[in-house]
Design a protein around this ligand. Structure first.
Ligand code: HEM
Length: 254
């Protein structure tokens, strides 16, 4: 007899027999609901093209990951409101790591040829990423996180510049600011790589399945959530270099 996590196991106990509710063969499948999950893609008979499974898997995986990102940012926002900067930064880091994957997954779809994609596209109806629940969730939560962050600064009587100048003393909130910047950069990176994907697969001067010109995607790609966090870099450089500083920036806007 041995003891596993406080429970006495006899030699007759079978660790391979599922104990969770459900009908699947193992607790792994019951917990993760793999039967339902793996039935969410078109069957081979339903597919218009063999690349369609990859197309669906990439989109579905991205939706799941973005759902996770939104959840963690919501939790981070709560921690920030409670003044728990360390835990807020930890959750934002997790959200950022998770968001790396939808960005990477876009590259998988670059392997679909423009001709093959037209076959898949013919079955999408008006389906468009504009209706992505995951991305809409990101667009919804990001400014709310910003509201709490800038509210904290205001309450403490600090400007963004103060926070960056006194970064060692104000490490916790400075760390949160940098995680928010990482997040902002990732959303931009998603939009950039998505734009390149659209340009490669359907072209840069056509419209999508919901009628949005690809050109609009290019314009959206420049949007940022936390402009003051980008602007403060200019202030710091300009203050350090005098007027000359304004000539030093590499980017057009930030
Ligand atoms: C072959 C691959 C893809 C193509 C050609 C494509 C093309 C497009 C186009 C043309 C739009 C503009 C809206 C419209 O449809 O009229 C759009 C929007 C969008 N797509 Fe895709 N897309 C692809 C894959 C993906 C993937 C894998 C995702 C991940 C979830 C995604 C997420 C989005 C989002 C979030 C928007 C709204 C963008 C924004 O607000 O900036 N797309 N897509």
């Amino acid at each position: 007899m041995q003891v596993v996590r406080g429970k006495r196991l006899s030699v007759t106990d079978d660790l391979t027999t599922p104990i969770l509710p459900g009908t699947a063969a193992s607790d792994y499948e019951r917990y993760l609901r793999t039967e339902e999950l793996l039935a969410l893609q078109k069957t081979p008979e339903e597919r218009r093209h063999d690349d369609e499974l990859t197309f669906q898997v990439v989109h579905q995986a991205s939706e799941l990951l973005m759902k996770g990102v939104v959840h963690e940012i919501e939790r981070a926002r709560e921690r920030l409101g409670q003044g728990n900067f360390a835990d807020c930064a930890r959750l934002l880091r997790r959200a950022n790591l998770m968001l790396d994957y939808p960005i990477q997954l876009l590259h998988v779809l670059e392997t679909i040829t423009p001709y093959d994609y037209q076959i898949i596209r013919a079955g999408l109806g008006h389906g468009s990423g504009l209706d992505s629940p995951g991305f809409s969730g990101l667009l919804h939560i990001a400014p709310r996180l910003g509201d709490v962050f800038f509210g904290q600064l205001k309450e403490a009587g600090l400007t963004v510049n103060d926070l960056y100048r006194r970064h060692a003393e104000l490490f916790g909130l400075h760390d949160v600011a940098e995680c928010m910047l990482d997040f902002d950069e990732r959303v931009q990176a998603f939009r950039f790589h998505h734009l390149k994907l659209a340009q490669r697969i359907i072209g840069g001067f056509v419209s999508g399945t919901m009628g949005t010109p690809v050109e609009v995607l290019r314009q959206r790609q420049e949007h940022v959530f936390y402009k003051p966090l980008w602007d403060v870099r200019n202030e710091i450089t300009q203050a350090a270099s005098g007027d000359e500083g304004s000539q030093l920036g590499h980017g057009r806007q930030y």
